[in-house]
Ligand binder design. Structure first.
Ligand code: ADP
Ligand code: MG
Length: 262
């Protein structure tokens, strides 16, 4: 079971953005997309979610071309946490999370409500269930969207793939660690996770494999230790980087960028 990009190219506004991407996300693994701003990470995530039509190549969900799946069928296969998620109206946190179940069942059922509560609890927001989402902080809203997607995949019982675009950008370290745990729990349930991470240090903790992107292509695909080398980081980000074993787990590379001039 896998989510595959096969010779995938995407054009936006008449410009080639992705060029010939080959990438497979297996059930039960976390694959990270890392690379500089504008590398094409969000575009690749959206294309692999079936939200963007390829100009060449294809996206395949468990053997089925994404083009032959309609929106409802896609929504049962995978859940997406977008880089920017706006909630336009005064819906409560619980209502937004419950929508995640809509592809599977009517959202008013007790089972749906129970799943929504479980998901809100998983992101530490059980107390805010009846708060209008617009009154929550940026980090809390980000967690509501993570909970909505978790409800959509039913923690792995009803959906096979979870795609997240910079899900930790507004989160403090304890909440970032929580998101890593949630991705690992989904992995243990057999979910294939594809996640865009701005923070390569976080990617080292979260991901089984990392696709290093630059200029619309995957430059390197491998384990965090294979990909996060000083040479590769310097080449792609154009900033000096030192890499050493994490003091907490020597298998995890710790990346330090040289962010000053002295
Ligand atoms: P990343 O997520 O790695 O920062 P994106 O996938 O968002 O990069 O963007 C990759 C490139 O595609 C950028 O140069 C961006 O300007 C361009 N791009 C993104 N969306 C559009 C669009 N709707 N129309 C034209 N170009 C776009
Ligand atoms: Mg992006």
């Amino acid at each position: 079971m896998s989510l595959v990009a096969e010779r995938l190219s995407v054009e936006l506004g008449g410009r080639p953005i992705l060029r010939g991407i080959e990438l497979a996300v297996e059930g039960g693994e976390v694959v990270g997309l890392v690379g500089p701003n504008g590398a094409g990470k969000s575009t690749l995530l959206r294309a692999m979610a079936g939200e963007l039509a390829p100009s060449a190549g294809r996206v395949i969900f468990d053997g089925t071309d994404a083009r032959s799946l309609d929106g409802a069928a896609l929504a049962r296969q995978r859940a997406v946490v977008s880089q920017r998620s706006e909630v336009a109206f005064d819906y409560t946190a619980l209502e937004v999370v419950a929508w995640g179940r809509a592809p599977h069942a009517p959202v008013e059922t007790p089972a749906c409500r129970a799943m929504a509560r479980r998901a809100l609890d998983a992101v530490g927001l059980a107390e805010r269930a009846s708060s209008p989402v617009v009154t929550l902080s940026g980090g809390e809203q980000q967690r509501v969207h993570i909970a909505r997607a978790l409800a959509q995949i039913g923690f792995g019982e009803t959906g096979r793939y979870w795609l997240l675009d910079e899900p930790t950008s507004s989160l403090d370290p304890a909440q970032r660690r929580l998101v890593v745990r949630l991705m690992h729990q989904a992995r243990a349930a057999g979910v294939g996770v594809l996640v865009v991470l701005h923070d390569v240090g976080l990617a080292a903790w979260a991901c089984d494999r990392i696709a290093m992107m630059n200029d619309g292509t995957v430059m390197q695909l491998g384990t965090p230790r294979e990909v996060l080398t000083p040479e590769r980081l310097r080449e792609v980000f154009e900033v000096d980087a030192a890499v050493d074993p994490s003091p907490w787990n020597p298998e995890v590379p710790r990346v330090t960028f040289r962010l000053g001039d002295d």
